[in-house]
Design a binder for this molecule. Sequence first.
Ligand code: ADP
Ligand code: MG
Length: 244
Amino acid sequence: MKLTNINKSFGNKHVLKNTTLDFPAGKTTVMVGPSGSGKSTILRSLNLLVMPESGQYDFGNHHLDFSHKVSSKDKLAIRQETGMVFQDYNLFPNKTVLGNIIEGPTQVLKQPKQEAIKVARELLAKVGLTEYGEAYPHELSGGQAQRVAIARALAMRPKYILLDEPTSALDPELELSVLKVLLQLADERQSMVIVTHNMVFAKRVADKIIFVEDGEILYDGSPTSFFAPNNPNQRIKNFIASMT
Ligand code: ADP
Ligand code: MG
């Protein structure tokens, strides 16, 4: 999927300025950069939670021009094909873990309930939570809740999973359980876009790194040269040093 020359302002603050970015299928793209630089705005544009004022968006057979109103058909299709995982999990508190996971498949995709439950149990096994189908969100640790949120996103069989600082709310030992799941998904070539402040994880998981500062893309390329000690961009070296 690809954004071309997108612009987004909030009030008189011009956040994204002719931003062009490509997010290759079957790869993990990691976005890093200081807070307030526009990472979430880019990620949210990818699933149309944020609507840029201009620019293009190419996703599979969909070609959107943000200068015109996006059709509800395109909007619906793109929302379904991009699963968003938020920092604070956003689980339905009054539903069990299984109830959370089958909600989208049964309500949106109209899957039969028994089939949705079977898939949900497989996904729970994948994220290491086989025993937790009947638990409620308040009974889970943050790491477990985030893994349920990932299973819930996967249950919709999206082309891309978008994760906005998925482990920022977690203690280090709980963080690890979530990072392991993401590393496994990356190995399986699940298309992903991850915003993270964890540079060790970024280096390990990324096929491609994007560094955003003040709405500008200061780096878009391989993790090897991004993290190389001889990276000529002093601003990037300072940022990495400050985060590790
Ligand atoms: P990041 O995710 O890199 O921390 P964001 O994309 O959240 O950055 O924000 C980029 C800039 O846009 C910030 O200055 C932020 O205050 C502003 N911004 C983001 N979302 C909104 C919004 N809904 N309303 C007003 N300003 C916003
Ligand atoms: Mg953000």
